[in-house]
Write a protein that binds this ligand. Structure first.
Ligand code: 5RP
Length: 300
């Protein structure tokens, strides 16, 4: 049996008010403890930002370039990611369960690239999300798409289930080929996701007016990388996005299709977590890349 506490000199610090820190993420202060704890696995509480590594593309694209062998191309990047965003199939088959960062699991799906993409359904149960220790479930929302209402309902259903179990919901604003990627559209899509309960929202960076997109969205926003551009360009838009209000990136192809993915993800981290400007971040990328090349040469 434990000893009874007989110490008479107790210090209750009656003159010090109870410490009560606001939660570090915008719009998240009124969430429950478990949900906040999971969000702290996605977003770094020191910087308030995240580098999410997205490699869920195969759920409608099949073996995308750079993702043919996730075990070889993605696993070496995982130590540098705050969070991994992937399907449950890839998580179970390729990602070591020793990974301790946040897991955002793809929870919607259905059509392939050959069909109408907005025709998605919820593609995972909440039990499965819990079993996989997911911090968040990602769901595609096609504002303006053929199946707009269905995709919104997929999200609201997952929000209900996620909130009941303390798991976050990431609303992913999917932009169809025919839709304008401008601030007006992004403000509409991100705000709808937030209003309808998404814990946080993923969107695209737009050159003109991204600050208004971020300002009008009451929950954290992360930006997708989009199709591959030169490394210096990707670091530049990532920098602009976080300076204009994004809480980080959910980047895929611009990392895993980079000439040197391990160097690229570290350079992205500098931009996101350290406010490093694009030029020094790109120099850092080149230094890491050249060091690696030298090592490989001397090993031959
Ligand atoms: C698929 C997604 C992807 O995860 C997202 O597009 C991020 O990847 P990338 O940076 O390659 O665009 O949500 O719909």
């Amino acid at each position: 049996m434990a000893d009874a506490d007989t110490t008479s000199a107790k210090d209750y610090h009656v003159d010090i008010p109870m410490v009560s820190e606001p939660f570090f993420l915008r719009g998240s202060n009124n969430l429950d403890w478990g949900l906040k704890n999971r969000l702290a696995k996605i977003f770094n509480p020191r910087s308030g930002r995240t580098v999410m590594l997205a490699f869920d593309h195969g759920y409608f694209l099949g073996p995308t370039s750079g993702l043919e062998r996730v075990d070889l191309s993605i696993v070496p990047l995982t130590p540098y990611a705050d969070t991994l965003m992937c399907t449950r199939g890839i998580l179970r088959s390729c990602i070591p369960p020793t990974y301790t960062g946040g897991i955002v699991v793809r929870a919607s799906g259905g059509p392939s690239i050959l069909k109408e993409l907005s025709d998605e359904e919820i593609a995972m149960s909440i039990d499965e999300a819990i079993r996989l220790n997911a911090a968040a479930m990602a769901v595609q929302v096609f504002v303006g798409g053929v199946h707009e209402t269905k995709s919104i309902h997929n999200m609201t259903r997952l929000v209900d289930l996620g909130n009941a179990h303390g798991i976050a919901t990431l609303g992913v604003t999917a932009v169809g080929k025919e839709m304008a990627r401008d601030a007006k559209y992004m403000r509409l899509a991100t705000r709808m996701c937030a209003e309808l309960g998404a814990t946080y929202v993923k969107t695209y960076y737009v050159e003109d007016g991204f600050d208004t997109v971020a300002a009008a969205c009451p929950v954290p926003i992360v930006i997708a990388g989009g199709k591959k551009v030169p490394e210096a360009e990707a670091l530049t838009f990532a920098y602009k996005a976080v300076q204009e209000g994004a809480a980080g990136v959910d980047m895929g192809r611009n990392i895993f299709q980079a000439e040197h993915p391990v160097a690229m993800i570290q350079a992205v981290r500098k931009v996101v977590h350290e406010n490093c400007k694009p030029k020094p971040a790109y120099d850092f990328y080149l230094t890491l890349k050249n060091e690696k090349a030298k090592k490989a040469k001397s090993a031959r």
